[in-house]
Design a protein around this ligand. Structure first.
Ligand SMILES: [Mn+2]
Length: 370
């Protein structure tokens, strides 16, 4: 393969050189058609990075840029981003649907989506990403950084060097707004942001459209999640600074709603830890723990509450402020009396949780909690 453009590793802390190498790669695609292929379900960081790359390509004379994706644009927030910013995103199963494509570019991922067909033989021009790659990816230009919270941060840096955004130009404001949104969602509203992310945010703060950003940042909750939250609230039991809620039967497609309900409940001001659980897909008792107590280690806490399976593996696990558990209900799942089954599950879960809290769970306690 010819290799006219510099490869990484580039000197660390050399934003100018990195941006220059990126622009050399882009300029080598002058007059060509570049497909920026997003991987998986597009998220704001990926969409914003693709938009920024397309913007740079346009400035540097690439004839045509298509932003493609092959998995559902899920979450209304992401659809709102695409709609409010007028991002031209093309859903495709095969590269051919974009017409004649000369080159590929990846953003916020370092490889091709395995479900995107007919990409064999196409050269990968650029890879810009912040995820770790087990094997160094191959492309004419690779910028893989582990020290930033979002790919958007890298693109803010390129733009700064190659095509500074102008607050007077509508299109530039659009790109800045998308990047700010990508930055904030990928860093959990800057809670996980690194120094580079804050610098990038500062650079585009005055360019992005604040009203639009406020619209985009409204965190939406799916109707199914809201139903589960309602169930969690109506079954909520609070003991000192601990809350627990059983939400009954949840379909497999809605399993994430249990975690969303826990995210919501832990915000209650008189508690610091909560557990929400339900029966998922008639097969497992699944639950989520959320805590901001310095003394609760989710993994250890859940291990001690729910114990181990017969191969010695803990039913629960977790990290700093969150954890989850999954316990098969086995043969009992065949019971056709769902009300009875739920009573049983709830009783067992509450007993385990109350015991873990040090509230010796007498049957009366558990009953009173019901
Ligand atoms: Mn990202």
């Amino acid at each position: 393969m010819s290799d006219p453009v510099r490869r990484l590793p580039l000197p660390a802390n050399a934003p100018v050189e990195r941006a220059r190498a990126f622009s050399e790669a882009i300029e080598s695609a002058k007059g060509k058609h570049l497909l920026i292929a997003l991987r998986g379900h597009p998220d704001p960081d990926g969409i914003a990075s693709a938009l920024a790359q397309a913007h740079i390509c346009h400035r540097l004379g690439v004839a045509k840029t298509t932003i493609g994706y092959c998995h559902e644009l899920s979450h209304r927030e992401n659809r709102a981003l695409v709609k409010l910013l007028g991002v031209d995103l093309k859903k495709m199963k095969s590269v051919r649907e974009a017409g004649h494509v000369d080159l590929l570019g990846f953003v916020d991922a370092h490889d091709l989506d395995p479900d995107l067909a007919d990409a064999e033989g196409l050269e990968v021009l650029t890879i810009v990403d912040h995820h770790r790659a087990p094997v160094p990816p191959k492309a004419r230009f690779v910028d893989l950084r582990g020290d930033v919270g979002a790919t958007s941060t890298i693109f803010v840096e390129y733009l700064q060097e190659l095509a500074p955004l102008d607050p007077e130009i509508e299109d530039d404001r659009r790109v800045a707004t998308a990047l700010m949104h990508g930055l904030s969602t990928d860093t959990d509203d800057f809670m996980l942001a690194r120094a580079g992310d804050f610098r990038a945010a500062a650079q585009i703060a005055e360019i992005c459209d604040r009203d639009l950003l406020a619209d985009l940042s409204r965190r939406l909750i799916a109707p199914s999640a809201m139903d589960i939250i309602a169930r969690a609230l109506s079954s909520l039991v609070v003991r000192r600074n601990f809350a627990m809620a059983g939400v009954g039967f949840v379909s497999e497609a809605d399993r994430d709603t249990i975690a969303q309900a826990a995210d919501f409940l832990v915000r209650r001001e008189d508690i610091d830890t909560c557990v929400v659980y339900g029966v998922v897909g008639e097969r497992f008792i699944e639950g989520s723990l959320r805590t901001h107590s310095p003394s609760v280690d989710p993994a250890a806490w859940l291990e001690s509450a729910f114990g181990y399976d017969d191969r010695g593996r803990a039913y629960g696990g977790g990290r700093r402020d969150k954890g989850g558990f999954k316990i098969p209900i086995g043969f009992l799942g065949r019971s056709t009396d769902r009300a009875q089954l739920w009573t049983l599950v709830e009783h067992a879960a509450r007993t385990a949780l109350l015991r873990q809290l040090g509230d010796e769970a007498s049957p009366l306690d558990v009953k009173a909690a019901q």
